[in-house]
Design a protein around this ligand. Structure first.
Ligand code: GLY
Length: 568
């Protein structure tokens, strides 16, 4: 209903629809409706990357061409999480309604061992899986983009990589966010790359940064595709960096790396089809479990962010994240019981224990002790083209700037994705997530992820492309955003902007965005038995909604972390 009223109201805004890139001020003013496009849309964390994608689309490229260009552009202008030294997942829906999923997740090096982050007493060595050379998995992004382009691309590869070469060459103004992110990494940058490292300086928002070595690396990828990264000069620089810092990645690892096409997970929610990422992401399984449980509740009647709705969501999350810790890992190495976890019978048994009066005691779900979640990183972008092809990509080096090691001479950061493995059963990673055998380290295995790139359609028509960074909080942010649109009739931008909560079973806390709830709501939640803790932000979504009139609404989370949707 709200969407219907708004769709009339936004006729005015449609005058702005032809505008490709609203100014930042306009972006804030339009926050209830996001950016409106008649034909195509790109939503990403960085204006320059979104513009690169839009240009590809406007020049006849399809959504998958644009995705390749945006992935490489982000690797230049958003080195915090955009990358060629990391990995990610792509969920695809073609204009004909065919779905697909690409897994370009990093892999453990061949020399990795189950106890590589433990000391002689079996204690996990602090930070060894998080910072420095040993934290790096074998990167998957370049092979992922090559495979995406081979199967779905329509434009010349070199044309799609060229914008990244150009951006590295021209440099870009870091602005407030970039300066602040560089500044908070100064100590780590200097420790792992030397005092003379070009990113070690007093950064101001007006400064321009040139990633000079990255320009040559991007040019090699442009000219040689996969071989430009996994062989030759760039590979040699990666191997030299590994030797310098006692890392594990060898030429054999680079040769062996292959991104994998996987069968996407398909679920249904209140008349909608949900297409999401299968293992080694936990995201799709967890999202579909949450939606399966949610189908039994009338959230619209309960009201958005009412105590009743939040209690139900929290109770669902506690059960689903407990399953995540027990059952999920790389399906190539562990028999992940996806069918069981997604079966109606399993979920109905699992969720039947939810009481509308009181939270279920943790011991009845399962129990353990973990530290609080520390960071919300990674990045996401969503693209829809003129034909109606859609792609949802979440990509990461894990922590901001990954393991903080820039490959000397090659100009890109390596990931610290090895921390997404369970370093030891029951010991939490940087997101406070625990795991067991399913996610234990093995050579060439992919570490479990929470990334949840997702596409929703209804009656055979594309409806939504969604995703976000945020480590363990990705799943719950995607879940709430989908509910916000489907159950509460929000516009895409309202759904993105809406305050979010998170619960991941352990620690047994409801994380709530700062200032989101007043004392009345907080007290109501406490009355159910929930313990509440504030977080500065949850979710930084980049999404697209196909509106009832067929126009596209791109919504980037400008208020939380910058980002911009551009369309035409
Ligand atoms: N590195 C965050 C994730 O994959 O979940």
């Amino acid at each position: 209903m709200i969407r219907k009223i708004l769709s009339h109201l936004v006729i005015l805004t449609l005058c702005l629809a032809s505008c490709s890139t609203p100014s930042k001020q306009e972006q804030v003013e339009q926050r209830l409706t996001g950016t409106i496009g008649q034909k195509a849309m790109v939503s990403s964390v960085h204006e320059l990357a979104s513009e690169v994608g839009k240009d590809v689309l406007a020049n006849g490229g399809n959504a998958f061409d644009a995705a390749v260009a945006v992935q490489f552009a982000l690797a230049v202008v958003y080195p915090e999480a955009g990358n060629i030294g990391g990995g990610g997942f792509a969920v695809i829906r073609t204009a004909e309604g065919k779905s697909d999923a690409l897994d370009f997740r990093e892999k453990a090096p061949l020399a990795a061992t189950e106890t590589m982050y433990q000391d002689d007493n079996g204690e996990v060595i602090t930070d060894l899986s998080r910072i420095g050379h040993l934290a790096a998995g074998v990167p998957g992004s370049v092979d992922g983009m090559v495979k995406l382009h081979e199967k779905y691309g329509s434009m010349d590869w070199a044309q799609l990589v060229q914008p990244a070469v150009d951006l590295a060459k021209s440099g870009y103004v870091v602005e407030e966010r970039g300066a602040a992110n560089f500044m908070r990494m100064q100590e780590a940058f200097a420790r792992y790359n030397g005092q003379g490292f070009y990113l070690v300086k007093d950064w101001q928002p007006t400064d321009t940064v040139w990633h000079k070595d990255l320009e040559s690396t991007m040019a090699l990828i442009r000219d040689n595709g996969r071989a430009g990264f996994y062989e030759g000069a760039v590979a040699d620089l990666i191997l030299a960096e590994m030797e310098e810092g006692n890392g594990l990645i060898t030429q054999a690892d680079l040769d062996a790396y292959e991104a994998q096409w996987r069968t996407p997970l398909i679920g249904h929610y209140k008349g909608h089809r949900i297409i999401s990422m299968p293992p080694p992401s936990s995201g799709g399984v967890a999202l579909l479990q949450l939606l399966n449980g949610s189908a039994n509740y009338d959230f619209a009647k309960m009201g958005h962010n009412s105590a009743e709705q939040l209690h139900v969501m929290v109770e669902l999350c506690r059960r689903v994240y407990a399953d995540r810790a027990s059952y999920l890992g790389d399906p190539d190495y562990y028999d992940v019981p996806v069918d069981m976890l997604l079966s109606d019978q399993y979920n109905s048994d699992r969720f039947n224990t939810i009481s509308m009066d009181k939270k279920t005691s943790s011991s009845e779900i399962k129990e353990g002790e973990v530290e609080i979640i520390e960071s919300i990183e990674t990045t996401h972008f969503s693209i829809v083209d003129e034909l109606g092809n859609a792609v949802s990509i979440t990509t990461t080096v894990n922590g901001y700037f990954g393991n903080k090691v820039m490959v000397d001479g090659a100009g890109f950061f390596l990931n610290n994705e090895m921390d997404d493995f369970s370093a030891k059963p029951g010991v939490p990673n940087q997101f406070g997530l625990i795991g067991n055998e399913a996610n234990a380290i093995q050579p060439e295995k992919r570490m479990l992820s929470s990334m949840t790139p997702t596409i929703v359609d209804k009656d055979g028509q594309l409806l939504m492309v969604v995703g976000t960074p945020g480590g363990s909080t990705i799943i719950t942010a995607v879940y709430q955003t989908i509910i916000n649109v489907i159950d509460h009739g929000m516009t895409m931008q309202e759904a993105v902007n809406a305050k979010k909560i998170h619960h991941q079973w352990l620690p047994d806390l409801v994380l709530v965005e700062k200032g989101a709830f007043g004392t009345v709501l907080t007290d109501q939640l406490k009355a159910y038995g929930h313990e509440i803790q504030e977080r500065s932000m949850l979710g930084k979504m980049d999404c697209i909604l196909v509106r009832e009139d067929g126009t596209l609404e791109g919504a980037s989370d400008y208020t939380r972390n910058g980002g911009i949707a551009v369309g035409y």
